[in-house]
Design a protein around this ligand. Structure first.
Ligand SMILES: [Zn+2]
Length: 473
C-alpha cells in the first residue's frame, strides 16, 4: 500500500510522492513557535504531530530535511518586549531555550534547521522587491508595504486555496496591518510594516524606510531559501491555514518565480486543535497548561507524548488528566511486556518480526491512522503476554518481537530512552576503579577493568570532559 496524506490544498487523500525525481528526498517545513511566552499543550500537539510525520517518513525510507522556523519578531513579541523593557534577543532567547527543552522532553527529533526570522531580513526584503516589481505589492505613505489581493487575482493568482473565502465584500485596497486577522477580513495584508514609535528599537532599514517584516513573509522567505522554491510538505496547526498559510502561498507564488504547473508546496498538512477537559484552553477557566505545568503535576514527557499521539491529527482532541493517567497505565503495560521479552530473549538477536511491522505500516500509511497503529501494538502485547504465560515463546521469537518493537518505536518514540541509557551502578563503580588505577599509573589493572566492562557491554570513551560510558549494542 502507498503512503497517503490528507492534503488541505486538494481537500483529499493523496499518495505521497516527493518532488525529488529519485523519490528519496523530502523537504518539510513546519511553522515554529513565536517565542513570546512558554508554548502550551495545544501548541505541542502540532509539534508532536510534525515529529510523527518526520519520523514516519524516515521509517518509510525517505531522507527528510526538516525545517522549523523560530518567529522572533512579530506583533505579540514587540508588544511584550515593550512591556518587559529588555532587548529583543534577550527576551526571545529565554523562551526559545524553554521551547527546545520542552521539545526534548517530548522526545521530538530536533529539526535539521531552525532559522530565525531576524536572520533572514535580507531574503524577506528581496521577496517583497519581487512582489513590487510584479505590481502585486504597493507602498503606503507610512513606509509600509502591502500585498494587493486584487492585483494578485488579476494576474491569475488564486487567493483562497486552503480555505473558502467570500469575495463579495472585498473592497479593493482595504488593508489589515495585524499579523493575525479573521477569515472575514479578505483584505490586503502587510509585508513590511513601517516603523512606528511602539516598535522601540526593533526595526531594520529597507528600500521603503525603516521598519520590520510582517509575520507571513517570514515563512515564505525562510522556507524557500532553505528548501527551494518548491518543496514537499508544509505543516502547521489548523488555525494557521488562514490567514498565515494562505498568505504564504500568495506571497510565494505571487512573486513569479515558479514555472508553469510548479507550486510553492505540494502537500499541506494541518493538525486540528486541542481542547482541555472539553473546553477551549483559557487561563481564566484554569485549563491552560504548559508542558511544565504537567511535569510539575508529576506526569512525564513520555506520558504527554503518548497521549498526544493517541488521537488522529485531523480530529480535535480532548486532552484530560484522566487521559494522562490512562497513558501511564498503557505505557506500563507495554513496559512490562518488553521487560519479560527482554528477559526471555537474553543475548539472542533476531531480525524484526515482519508481521508486526507490516500491520503497523499499513495503519500509518492511511493518513497516519494512529488509532489503528496503537490497536496493532496492543493486540501484539496481548498475544505476547499470552504466549509468555503459556511459555510457548522461544528466546528467538522474543528477540524478533523486541526487534520489531524497536522499529515501531522509531516512529512512536515512547520507549523510556533515558532509562535505557542509564549506566548500572556496577559499571560506574568499575569506571571509578579504572580511574583510580590510571591515577596510580597501574595501567595493567586499568586495562583489565576496561576489558571487564567491555565484556559486560560497556565501552569507555575518553573525552576532554572526562571518561564517558557507552553501551555497545
Ligand atoms: Zn509560518
Amino acid at each position: 500500500m502507498a503512503l497517503k496524506f490528507f492534503n488541505t490544498l486538494s481537500r483529499s487523500l493523496q499518495e505521497f510522492t516527493p518532488l525529488d525525481p529519485a523519490g528519496k528526498n523530502a523537504g518539510m517545513y513546519c511553522c515554529g513557535p513565536t517565542v513570546y511566552d512558554l508554548a502550551h499543550i495545544g501548541n505541542f500537539r502540532t509539534f508532536v504531530f510534525s515529529d510523527l510525520v518526520r519520523r514516519y517518513l524516515e521509517f518509510r525510507g525517505f531522507q527528510v530535511t526538516h525545517v522549523m522556523n523560530v518567529t522572533d519578531v512579530e506583533d505579540k513579541i514587540i508588544r511584550n518586549v515593550r512591556t518587559a523593557q529588555i532587548p529583543l534577543r534577550e527576551f526571545t532567547g529565554k523562551f526559545e531555550q524553554a521551547f527546545f527543552d520542552d521539545l526534548r522532553t517530548l522526545n521530538c527529533r530536533p529539526p535539521h534547521q531552525t532559522p530565525h526570522a531576524t536572520e533572514f531580513i535580507a531574503e524577506m526584503i528581496a521577496l517583497i522587491e519581487k512582489l513590487m516589481e510584479r505590481g502585486v505589492a504597493y507602498r503606503t505613505p507610512d513606509g509600509s508595504v502591502y500585498f494587493s489581493i486584487d492585483k494578485y487575482r488579476a494576474l491569475g493568482g488564486r487567493y483562497g486555496q486552503l480555505v473558502t473565502l467570500n469575495f463579495d465584500n472585498l473592497r479593493v485596497g482595504e488593508r489589515v496591518r495585524n499579523d493575525e486577522y479573521e477569515k472575514e477580513s479578505v483584505a490586503d495584508f502587510a509585508l513590511w510594516k513601517g516603523r512606528v514609535p511602539e516598535d522601540g528599537a526593533v526595526f531594520w532599514p529597507s528600500p521603503w524606510g525603516e521598519g520590520r517584516p510582517g509575520w507571513h513573509i517570514e515563512c515564505s522567505a525562510m522556507s524557500m531559501k532553505l528548501l527551494g522554491t518548491s518543496f514537499d510538505l508544509h505543516l502547521g496547526g489548523e488555525d494557521l491555514a488562514f490567514p498565515h498559510h494562505e498568505d504564504e502561498i500568495a506571497q510565494s507564488e505571487g512573486c513569479g518565480i515558479h514555472g508553469p504547473g510548479q507550486r510553492f508546496v505540494k502537500y499541506w498538512l494541518h493538525a486540528a486543535h486541542l481542547l482541555v477537559e472539553g473546553k477551549k484552553m483559557s487561563k481564566s477557566l484554569g485549563n491552560f497548561f504548559t508542558l511544565r505545568d504537567l511535569i510539575a503535576k508529576g506526569y512525564t514527557g513520555r506520558e504527554v507524548r503518548y497521549l498526544l499521539l493517541t488521537a488522529h491529527y485531523r480530529e480535535s482532541f480532548n486532552f484530560t488528566m484522566d487521559g494522562l493517567s490512562a497513558a501511564r497505565t498503557a505505557l506500563a503495560r507495554i513496559d512490562e511486556c518488553l521487560g519479560k521479552l527482554t528477559e526471555l530473549a537474553g543475548s539472542q538477536a533476531a531480525a524484526p518480526a515482519p508481521e508486526l511491522v507490516a500491520k503497523f505500516t499499513e495503519a500509518l500509511d492511511d493518513d497516519l491512522n494512529v488509532a489503528g497503529a496503537w490497536g496493532v501494538v496492543f493486540e501484539w502485547v496481548r498475544q505476547c503476554n499470552k504466549a509468555l504465560a503459556e511459555q510457548s515463546l522461544t528466546p528467538a521469537a522474543a528477540a524478533a518481537a523486541l526487534a520489531a518493537w524497536k522499529r515501531l518505536d522509531e516512529v512512536l518514540g515512547v520507549s523510556p530512552v533515558a532509562a535505557a541509557e542509564e549506566v548500572p551502578a556496577a559499571m560506574l563503580a568499575l569506571l571509578e576503579a579504572r580511574q583510580a588505577a590510571r591515577k596510580a599509573k597501574d595501567f595493567k589493572r586499568a586495562d583489565a577493568i576496561r576489558d571487564e566492562m567491555k565484556a559486560a557491554g560497556w565501552v569507555i570513551e575518553d573525552t576532554p570532559k572526562g571518561p564517558k560510558l557507552k553501551k555497545v549494542s
